[in-house]
Every structure is written in structure tokens, then in C-alpha cells.
Design a protein around this ligand. Sequence first.
Ligand code: B16
Ligand code: MG
Length: 218
Amino acid sequence: MIKACIFDLDGVIVDTARYHFVAWKKLANALGFDFDEAFNEKLKGVSRIESLNLILEKGGVTLTESEKEQWAARKNDWYLEYIEKMTEDEILPGVAAFLQSCRAEGIKIGLGSASKNAPMILERIGLMEYFDVIIDGNKTSRSKPDPEVFLLGAQALSCEPRECVVFEDAEKGIEAALAGGFFAVGVGTKEQLPEAHLVISGFENIDLTQFIQTLRNI
Ligand code: B16
Ligand code: MG
């Protein structure tokens, strides 16, 4: 029986990847190099410091630990300039209705995100009230594909992993959900997320009752 749904944030509830992209690009340009959207795909679901390490490697730049911290903080300030302007219009299609259905059916709702800015984003888009539990980058010590973020979520929701559905847009997130013993639903395409138990293109037109029935048949 499904007792809870745990949602990733970026790429599932909102598309903040484009804000991360412009902020990281600004950092790369300030350090004298550039990268494109294809490279940005590699940063989805990856923690802030791991993203910085990947970008520096791409640009062939070496920094000390304290310089890295300063640049990561600078990037976050640039990123927050966009986040501060977010409104509920940026909730991805069908998400709010799906959360409402979960609420109505007594299915608990959790967030499992690598982002340290997750609570602020949920506040800005007006979805905070739906979440029973928020596990974000401030509460975890290991990044996806480690299952820690989702296991902490299930624990806080008082559910077993097999009673929870995880919604993820990143391959590493699907790996994390599978490693933790969760139902892993990919948000994207089968080509991007071949390991997921089930793939949906988004929440538009997803009926919760039918969806749970589909999961039962997997
Ligand atoms: P922050 P998710 C992830 O969010 C993003 O996909 C990833 O690009 C970002 O680096 C990471 O959060 C950390 O974000 O800098 O805000 O702490 O997909 O796990 O919801
Ligand atoms: Mg994501």
C-alpha cells in the first residue's frame, strides 16, 4: 500500500535548473571560461559543491578549499536573485493538483532535494503548506545516488521505503530511490531514465487513483 509520495524539487516541482545554469555560467565567465546547456545537464541533482568541482574541472581551474567556498557563496547569491522573484506561476503543470489529491487521499507528502534553498523555493511558490516533511541539502551528508535523502524522508514520514513513491528527474535520483527500496517514478523520458519503475512526462493529466492502480500492477 502506498502511504507517501516523496518529491524531488528541481525538475519535478519547478524548473530551477535554468537559474542554476545562468548563475554557474556567470561564475565560469568570471573565471575566464564558458560551458553550454549540454554540460549543465550533468549538474542536475548534483550538490552545490560537487557542481562547482565539475565546472572547475571543465574549465581546468584549480582553487583552494576556501576559494571554492567563496565562489560557491557568490554563485548562490546570483542564483538567489532569480529565486527571490519566483511566483506560483512557475510550479510545473499539474503538480499543485496532484499534491491536493495526495492530501485528499491521506497520502503523506515529503520533499527529497539536494538543494539547500529548497524551503525558500517552496515558500516563494506557495507550496510549503502541502509538505509534511522536508529533507534538503542542509539535512544530508551524502549526495544522490546515495539513498540517504529518501531514507531520511521515509523515516520522518513513519513509512517503509516500499510504501513510498519517489518522483525524480535525474538519473542519480532514480538510482538513489532504487538503492533505498522505493518505487522510483521518473519525470522525463524513458531514454533519460531507463532504470525507473515507471516514467511520466509530468503531472498534467495524472489521476492519483489511476496512478496508484498502475503502480500496484508493476
Ligand atoms: P543549491 P534537486 C538540485 O536540486 C539541483 O538539481 C542541482 O542543480 C543543484 O546543484 C542542487 O539542487 C543544490 O542546490 O545550490 O540550491 O543547494 O533536483 O535535488 O531538487
Ligand atoms: Mg531534480
